[in-house]
Each structure stands twice: as structure tokens, then as C-alpha cells.
Design a protein around this ligand. Structure first.
Ligand SMILES: *Cc1c(COP(=O)(O)O)cnc(C)c1O
Length: 299
């Protein structure tokens, strides 16, 4: 069972120019939930770990890139809850190189077993044949897909929306695979509006989220949108402007954020507020989904 290290809490982001517009901006600190299994990854893993136990599985297997928050969190969650773990890592060439901080943590601190595969093999990660081959190689395991998104992850992400969270008009959060935002959309009150800020370039996530909601959540949801204009060049890419924004935000509010997910979301949210996207008296809640392990590595 995955334990909560610290209960997430809501705090105000006070800036005069925001108050002058008659708006209130708050942030929900999901990043504090666990020091290693941070933010939305904790939410997404919670029911998967319980399901693994119910199925009698003692090993978790998942997929990710070399800097993946999901690999880091899965390795830590497995170690904390008493599972073995295997990480299938994209990039065969990495096998001969020294491990980066993310992978070193997974292996040395958490005991994750890594298996590096070519990009071609990695693309087969959702194919039954390939999964069977992995079972032959590693024995029985509980499979968690890349990024951790599945029905149980969405169920866990729904728990981000508690009673206090429902007091806000707008919920804003970052989107990678769409699992977390699908949970938030499906758990939000019908009067709330959810804005997911895509961390990836392109607008394919709009359809992905539609599909995730259709496949996993009962009901029809119209209370959401995916904002695709704040990717800063694509996944894990950033610009000087974004880095400056993050520095300023951290100096002013003493809340750590990273440039891959929450930094982009907050930049986009500030920009929308500047453009008077929200009417006066709107109460906005940004959700800090964590992921701070990625920060140390890249800036
Ligand atoms: C993984 C991650 C996301 C994206 O979550 P999805 O459920 O894949 O959309 C957002 N923020 C942080 C910090 C993450 O690590």
C-alpha cells in the first residue's frame, strides 16, 4: 500500500495584477504528497499497486524514457510498497553509458531492473506479442503502461478533486498522456471548467482525452478543454522565456516548479489571465502535479 507522506493543501498565489483583475488564483500542492512518488504519479499508481496485489503479482513492469518521472515514481512506489520492478527504457544505446540521475535512483536506490530497447522495439509496447516476449524473459508481472495511464490511474486521479477543490470555478493542470486530466474532468462538479495545458506539441491530446473519458468514465463531459499553445517547442523542450518565468515564480512564491509540466501550465495560465480570458470573480485553482525530480537534471 502506498502511503501519503503529506496531505496535499491549497495555497493562494497572490499577485497584485491578478487581484486587480478581480480574480483569485490558488494552487493545489499535489507535489507534496510523497517525496519520490510525486504528485499525479502517486495518484495514478495507488490503485494499480492494489490491483497488482489482488492479482498476486509481486513484480511491476513499465515503460519510459531515460528521464521519465513515471519510471522514477514507479521504481520508488514499488520499493516503498514491497514490489520488484522492471523498467523497459527507450534507447538501446543508453545501455553502455553511465546512468543519468533518474535511472541511477531507480536502480541504486529502488532496485529497479532496467532493460534498454531500441526505438523500434519500444514502439511495440502495447502489442500482445511483445508483452508475451517480455513475460518469457522476465516471468510474470503486473503491467503498467507508459506514462502510467489506464482505468485505475484515472480512478486514482479522480481523488485529486476533493470537496475543497470543488469550491473553484476553474481547474488548470498539465497534460502528458491525458490520464490525470481525465480523472479530474470526470470528478469535477458540472459547474467547474477544467483546462488541461498540453506539455506536448500538436493537438492529438484532445482526441486522446475524449477517448479516455469515453472508455473509462460514465457520463458525457463538456466541462473541459485542452490548451495546446504552451508547449514551448514540444515535450521536454523549453525557451529562455519559460526559464525566466519559472525563476520569477519561484522567487516570488517559494514554490518549486519544473519546466516540463507545471512550469508550462502556469505560464499558460498567467498568459490567459493577462489576456482577460476569465471574467472577474473567477476563482482559479492550478494543480501542481509534482515531477520535481526532472528539474535537477535539466537546468
Ligand atoms: C507525468 C506528469 C504529468 C502528465 O500526466 P498525464 O496523466 O500523463 O497527463 C503532469 N505533470 C507531471 C509533473 C508529471 O510528472
Amino acid at each position: 500500500m502506498l502511503k501519503i507522506h503529506r496531505e496535499p493543501f491549497i495555497q493562494e498565489i497572490r499577485e497584485d495584477w491578478i487581484l486587480d483583475k478581480g480574480l483569485q488564483l490558488f494552487i493545489k500542492r499535489e507535489d507534496v504528497i510523497h517525496p519520490q512518488v510525486s504528485g499525479n504519479k502517486w495518484r495514478k499508481l495507488k490503485y494499480n499497486l492494489l490491483e497488482a496485489r489482488n492479482q498476486g503479482k509481486s513484480t511491476l513492469l513499465t515503460f519510459g524514457g531515460a528521464y521519465s518521472n513515471h519510471i522514477y515514481a514507479t521504481a520508488a512506489a514499488a520499493a516503498a510498497a514491497g514490489y520488484q520492478s522492471i523498467g523497459i527504457i527507450r534507447g538501446e544505446e543508453l545501455a553502455d553509458k553511465p546512468l543519468n540521475q533518474t535511472l541511477r535512483f531507480a536502480v541504486e536506490t529502488c532496485g529497479m531492473r532496467l532493460h534498454f530497447v531500441t526505438r523500434e522495439a519500444y514502439r511495440k509496447k502495447n502489442e500482445a506479442d511483445y508483452i508475451n516476449k517480455l513475460t518469457e524473459k522476465f516471468g510474470s508481472f503486473y503491467l503498467i503502461p507508459e506514462g502510467g495511464t489506464n482505468a485505475l490511474a484515472i480512478k486514482g486521479a479522480q481523488e485529486i478533486v476533493d470537496e475543497k477543490t470543488k469550491e473553484f470555478d476553474v481547474l488548470a493542470l498539465s497534460v502528458g498522456t491525458g490520464g490525470t486530466v481525465s480523472g479530474v474532468i470526470s470528478a469535477a462538479a458540472t459547474t467547474q471548467h477544467v483546462i488541461g495545458f498540453s506539455a506536448l506539441k500538436g493537438d492529438f491530446l484532445i482526441d486522446e482525452v475524449k477517448q479516455l473519458l469515453e472508455d473509462n468514465c460514465k457520463g458525457r463531459f463538456t466541462n473541459w478543454e485542452i490548451e495546446t499553445n504552451y508547449h514551448f517547442g514540444g515535450y521536454a523542450k523549453h525557451t529562455e522565456v519559460l526559464v525566466d518565468f519559472i525563476k520569477n515564480f519561484e522567487d516570488k512564491h517559494h514554490i518549486p516548479i519544473e519546466p516540463i509540466y507545471t512550469g508550462k501550465m502556469l505560464f499558460g495560465l498567467f498568459d490567459k489571465i493577462k489576456q482577460d480570458h476569465f471574467p472577474p470573480r473567477t476563482k482559479v485553482l492550478a494543480i501542481h502535479t509534482g515531477g520535481l525530480q526532472g528539474k535537477k537534471i535539466r537546468d
